[in-house]
Each structure stands twice: as structure tokens, then as C-alpha cells.
Design a binder for this molecule. Structure first.
Ligand code: PLP
Length: 452
């Protein structure tokens, strides 16, 4: 193992103390990793310790840290110009990127693109376009969903109450329904799968009793819930949701901020469900680490005129050239690698599962994999402290993980991670799980898991 020094080392400790004095305490750091540099899926802290990166800057560094082709594109653009504002002027990288996003958009119709700087701003743009196009002002969102923290996106975000507590009312008009999480259903399934149950609930309960469907502009949904716990929906859900949207003239808006850009082995996670959305929100992995978001809509929806929406920085030229390089790399092998490495990780996790009584569920496709930890296989009580313990122990042993949802570990490395690094990382995860289970799992849970 290549960890050379105390974790956190002296320099990291000093930075963490300085950070605590001057940086907003609203940030959510799970452990004191202070980054110095990164290459691919390896990173080093300010004390020279090496780590394997299984989260890629929260699913952002799609091509790994500092991919030479991405860095070269950024440097070349930096020599030409840094900014001109795409709202007021034209420049080729923004136009070329919009053309590429049109090419890979997950619907048959032509697309048009509005560029932003982040996920939340992309969601805001989608909300505004949906209102503008439909003339309606109500929406449906999902429990467990995460869409950002500005007042429009926050109205949909419902993965942890702390994200809303103390902020009074965000944008009005959003009704929440359960996400079709097959591992933790809260509605009865009378036929089909849990996806049918959720869509029937929207139509037969919500639309019949509280929310006039003709007032609904859009349904905003993550194809795979990210912050909510890397939750993959039941298979019938999206095809049925599409039918519901078509029946009532509602726009289907998919938030692919975390799940998009090849992460699941396809450009967009919604493609796994054979469903075409009306609007796609992209950000995070789109530019390998530079800030960029894109609201990609069917062209027929883009009826708004000059001045109705805009921004200063959206589609910055450095971010656009980084995105063009990222798309080339993803297309020329990394998406395939994500699919293959994802299958490989799922198999490896299935192998270690019998030794780990805390593993309640393993789910995913490509490099969007969740391992949900429970105190007991039967009751499925979320093992939150255990999960946090595993994440911290992994950090100490040289693996960067992040949690998601109540008690899930998310595995979301760069799409070009190598098999050697996957093996090294999984061995650390296995060790961290074993130790944390021995120290923290309630007595008897192991026996019940073995019996099951
Ligand atoms: C699915 C999803 N939507 C939106 C956002 C918000 O993105 P940002 O933090 O760039 O505003 C996130 C961030 O984690 C996300 O995962």
C-alpha cells in the first residue's frame, strides 16, 4: 500500500483548520482529503499520499483527472480568448458543442441547447422553458430526488430534509410522489412492477384528488437517483410515465446531471428504459471538470424569443472545448470501458457479498453503482453510521468513496478507470467493510444474513 504518512497529514490538517475559519460551514465534507494533484483515477493529497479515486469529483471528471487531450484543448483555447458571453456574441466552440449535443440527444427530433454553468442552473432553465412552452405552472417531482439548491431546483430536491430546513418555501407548485425504488417500495403493487404502481398513483390518486393534470407543465425526474442513493427505478416506470405525459400534454424532463454523458454505458441513462424525454438536463461530467451545464430540448419546444432567458458565463469557451474533447474520448472507448468495468465491479461485489452481512442491495449499470448497507437484511434498517465508517476507513486506506442516500456507498469513478485500479480499490472497500462490520454492526445481524 502506498500510503506513506499519517492520514490526515500535517499539511492537510493545517488546510482543514484554515478552511474551517473562512469557508461556509454548509459544505458537506466526509473526510479531510486535501487535494494537491490528480492523474486519471489516482490523486495525491498535500502531504504526498496517494489515493484511488472512486468518485471523480462527484461524477464530474468523466475522463479522469487532467486528461492530456482535455488539458491541451483548454490550453489552446486559453491562448485565443477566455470569454465573450454566448448570450450576446457568437463563437465556434459553443456552436460546435450544441451540434454535438444535438447528435447525441436521446430523442428522434432535432434538439436546441441552452448553456449554463452548473446542474442547478440547467434545471432552472428547464423549469422556465416548460412553463413558457406549456403556459402551465405546476410540476411533479420525486421523493429522494436531487436537482440542485437554488429556489426552483430546490422545490424539487427531496433527498434529505437538511437541504430544505430553514429556507421557508422554495418555488411553489411542485407535488412529490414516491420514486419507484424496488428495494424500498412504499406503495402496493397490484400488477406489473413497482413502476406501474407509482404511475398509477400519480394518475389515480394525485390527478384524481389534488392536482389537475391540465395544470402540470412537466415531470422532472432523474433516470437514476444520484444523491438519493444510486437508485435504479423499476423497469416499467419510464415507458408508463411517457404514456402518462403524452396523455395529459405534460413535458417529461430528465435530470441526467449525474447519470448522463456515458456514465451508465450509454450516453444517457434514460436510454436503458427505451423512453424518449422532451428535455434533458446535463452538467457534471460534460466537460471533465470545467463548469458547464446544458439544457437540451426538443427544438419544437424552444419557442421563447431573445431576452426571455440568458446568462453571462454559460457555455464558456474553455468549458466548451473541454466538452468537445470529452465527447470524443467518451465516444472513442470510454463509454465502452464504463460498461465493461461496471459489469466487472458488479460481479466482484456479488462475490464479496456473502462475506458482508451489511450489504443489503447492490445495483447499477456502467459506473453508477450503489451498495446499500443495512443493519439487518430482513428489516432493512439503513446502516448510516456503518456506511460513514466504511467511507472513512477507505479514505484512511487510500480510496476515495462518497456516500449517497441514507446508507449507500456510491461507486462513480472516471469512465476510463483501469482494471488494476478497480481491483486495488475494491480490495480496500472489502477490507474497510470487514473492519466496520466487526466494529459497528449490531450483534446477530450477521447470523441472520447468513441464514437468508
Ligand atoms: C441529478 C442532479 N441534478 C442537479 C444537481 C445540481 O448540480 P450542481 O451542484 O452543479 O448545481 C446534481 C448535483 O449533485 C445532481 O446530482
Amino acid at each position: 500500500m502506498s500510503i506513506k504518512r499519517m492520514i490526515p497529514g500535517p499539511k492537510a490538517q493545517e488546510y482543514v483548520a484554515r478552511d474551517a475559519a473562512r469557508i461556509s460551514p454548509s459544505y458537506t465534507r466526509s473526510y479531510p482529503f486535501v487535494m494537491a494533484r490528480g492523474r486519471g483515477s489516482e490523486v495525491w493529497d498535500v502531504d504526498g499520499n496517494r489515493y484511488i479515486d472512486f468518485n471523480a469529483g462527484v461524477a464530474v471528471c468523466a475522463t479522469g483527472h487532467c486528461h492530456p487531450e482535455v488539458v491541451a484543448a483548454i490550453k489552446a483555447q486559453a491562448d485565443q480568448f477566455l470569454h465573450m458571453s454566448g448570450t450576446d456574441f457568437y463563437y465556434p466552440p459553443q456552436i460546435e458543442l450544441a451540434e454535438e449535443l444535438n447528435r447525441i440527444a436521446p430523442f428522434d427530433e432535432e434538439a436546441q441547447v441552452f448553456f449554463t454553468n452548473s446542474g442547478t442552473e440547467t434545471v432552472e432553465a428547464a423549469i422556465k422553458l416548460a412553463r413558457y412552452y406549456t403556459g402551465r405552472n405546476r410540476f411533479i417531482g420525486f421523493y429522494g430526488g436531487f436537482h440542485g439548491r437554488s429556489m426552483g431546483s430546490l422545490a424539487f430536491t427531496a433527498s434529505k430534509v437538511v437541504q430544505r430546513e430553514g429556507f421557508s418555501f422554495p418555488m411553489p407548485g411542485v407535488s412529490h410522489v414516491p420514486f419507484p425504488n424496488p428495494y424500498r417500495p412504499v406503495l402496493a403493487i397490484t400488477y406489473g412492477d413497482y413502476g406501474d404502481a407509482v404511475v398509477d398513483y400519480i394518475e389515480n390518486v394525485l390527478f384524481a384528488m389534488a392536482l389537475p393534470p391540465n395544470d402540470v407543465a412537466g415531470i422532472l425526474v432523474e433516470p437514476v437517483q444520484g444523491e438519493g442513493g444510486y437508485v435504479w427505478p423499476a423497469p416499467h416506470f419510464f415507458p408508463r410515465l411517457r404514456q402518462l405525459c403524452d396523455k395529459y400534454g405534460i413535458l417529461l424532463i430528465v435530470d441526467e446531471v449525474q447519470s448522463g454523458m456515458g456514465r451508465t454505458g450509454k450516453w444517457w441513462a434514460i436510454e436503458h428504459f427505451g423512453t424518449q424525454p422532451d428535455i434533458v438536463c446535463a452538467a457534471k461530467g460534460i466537460a471533465s471538470g470545467l463548469p458547464l451545464g446544458a439544457m437540451i430540448a426538443r427544438k419544437s419546444l424552444m419557442i421563447w424569443g431573445p431576452g426571455s432567458h440568458g446568462n453571462t458565463f454559460g457555455g464558456n469557451p474553455l468549458s466548451c472545448v473541454a466538452a468537445l474533447a470529452t465527447i470524443r474520448l467518451i465516444e472513442n472507448g470510454y463509454m465502452q470501458n464504463a460498461a465493461e468495468m461496471g459489469d466487472y465491479i458488479l460481479e466482484a461485489l456479488a462475490e464479496i457479498r456473502p462475506r458482508h452481512p451489511s450489504i443489503g442491495d447492490i445495483r447499477g449499470k456502467g459506473l453508477m453503482i450503489g451498495v446499500e448497507l443495512v443493519e439487518d437484511q430482513e428489516t432493512k434498517v439503513p446502516a448510516r453510521s456503518l456506511r460513514d465508517g466504511v467511507v472513512y476507513k477507505a479514505f484512511e486506506k487510500g480510496l476515495l468513496l462518497l456516500g449517497a442516500g441514507m446508507s449507500t456507498i456510491r461507486i462513480s469513478p472516471a469512465l476510463n478507470i483501469t482494471r488494476d485500479l478497480v481491483d486495488e480499490g475494491l480490495a480496500i472497500l472489502d477490507e474497510a467493510l470487514t473492519e466496520a462490520e466487526q466494529e459497528m454492526l449490531p450483534q446477530g445481524a450477521g447470523a441472520r444474513a447468513v441464514a437468508a
